[in-house]
Design a protein around this ligand. Structure first.
Ligand code: HGY
Ligand code: MN
Ligand code: MN
Ligand code: MN
Length: 386
């Protein structure tokens, strides 16, 4: 199934470029919809842009069992982060039918939009809207790099921005949500097992750091006369690494930096960059960011620049539902438990309904990069059941 979408949103630099609510997204949703309809599932897209495919066997009743993931990617992302969970959800329906199992509960497959937050800057945008984890008016005002607001993107995508938001009725109809996802680290390589039950998700946040200096001419401005925000930002990025390196288990990343105006012979007037900081304990993340703020302000002053640090999102560490974890472990004898350093829609849904995760071994241990991999043998159910 994944080979069928391998051509969609290929990033010329390698990997994939599949921003949420964009045309690649639409192609991917159509792929999912066709597979779901071919299985007789009832497909619809809700007010938040989440695509649902329902299997309501005759006689089924009660809160639904939901599984699924996302299809959007980070820039240069791998082919499994998201799509593996969606393809596995479809394969799970096939397997139940092959084994003649008719679920006593309604079953739904879900595809959440803009999980990576690569377009509008807020991760898990679709699931946050559904779970009421972001105020609709704040979400609708989010802008992409072209200045398009989410509201405009929704309209272009055939959705009505006035209806986005917490979907209490849908949440009340769901008994549990389980997301299967490629493991994005080395945990299962080191444990020597094909699959793990998710135990938790690392708390994580994003901050935008804006450094203002004096734009000027590269040739006429002596070094002593410069207030160069690019130099200040570069020093800040190194300082961030130094601060995070001496806090055990902390992770701090700057993967995106944008100088303005960005001319080769121009000293920048402004440099923006984004901090992604994470730690198992939310208080430690907060302390880490405080130390980073202090370094940023000190360096800005030393470089004759001004800096602004603005929180864009903050998600607490999430522990998955204990009884669901026990059920998943029982279904997969011998499977270890693993915490996730990566965020997922399941991390947001866990705030609203009983939620769990399954992670499938990634033999490269690399993710958010083209090398991300899953071997078929590890993704087959019999491998999973040990
Ligand atoms: O950023 C994350 O951890 C996730 O892949 N969105
Ligand atoms: Mn993902
Ligand atoms: Mn991801
Ligand atoms: Mn000139």
């Amino acid at each position: 199934m994944l080979a069928e979408i391998a051509h969609i949103g290929a990033d010329p630099r390698g990997g994939y470029l599949r921003p949420g609510y964009g045309h690649e997204d639409r192609e991917l949703r159509e792929w999912f919809g066709a597979h779901a309809e071919a299985r007789g599932l009832e497909v619809h897209r809700d007010v938040n842009g989440i695509v649902w495919a329902w299997w309501r066997p005759r006689g089924s009743a009660g809160p639904a069992v939901v599984t699924g993931s996302h299809l959007d990617s980070v820039p240069g992302g791998g082919g499994y982060d998201g799509p593996l969970g969606v393809a596995s959800a479809l394969a799970a329906v096939d397997l139940l039918r092959e084994r003649g199992v008719t679920p006593s509960r309604p079953v739904a497959l879900a595809v959440f939009p803009e999980e990576e937050g690569s377009r509008f800057g807020l991760a898990c945008l679709g699931s946050r809207l559904m779970a009421g984890a972001v105020a609709p008016e704040r979400a609708l005002a989010l802008k992409d790099r072209d200045g398009t607001t989410l509201a405009e993107a929704l309209i272009r995508d055939g959705l009505d921005p006035r209806h986005v938001g917490m979907d209490r009725e849908s949440l009340d109809g769901i008994g549990c949500f389980v997301e299967l996802h490629v493991e994005q680290g080395r945990g299962l390589i080191d444990l020597g097992h094909p699959i793990a039950v998710g135990s938790s998700i690392l708390g994580h946040g994003r901050w935008r750091i804006t450094v203002d200096g004096q734009g000027n001419h590269a040739g006429t401005t002596l070094m002593a006369d410069r207030r160069d925000p690019m130099v200040a930002a570069a020093r800040m990025v190194v300082a961030i690494r130094e601060v995070a390196r001496d806090v055990p288990d902390a992770r701090a990343t700057v993967g995106r930096i944008e100088p303005v105006p960005g001319g080769t012979n121009v000293i920048a007037s402004r440099v923006s960059f984004w901090l992604d900081a994470r730690h198992p304990e939310d208080a430690v993340t907060a302390a880490l960011v405080t130390r980073i703020r202090d370094s940023v302000e000190r360096i800005a002053a030393e470089e004759g620049c001004r800096a602004d640090v603005r929180e864009e999102s903050l998600s607490p560490t999430v522990d998955f539902d204990r009884s669901l974890r026990a059920e998943l472990r029982a279904a997969l004898p011998g499977a270890p438990e693993l915490g996730s350093g990566a965020g997922h829609d399941a991390g947001v849904m866990a705030g609203a309904i009983p939620t769990g995760m399954l992670f499938v071994r990634n033999p490269t241990g690399v993710s958010h990069a083209p090398e991300e991999l899953v071997e078929d043998a590890d993704a087959e159910l019999d491998a999973m059941s040990g």
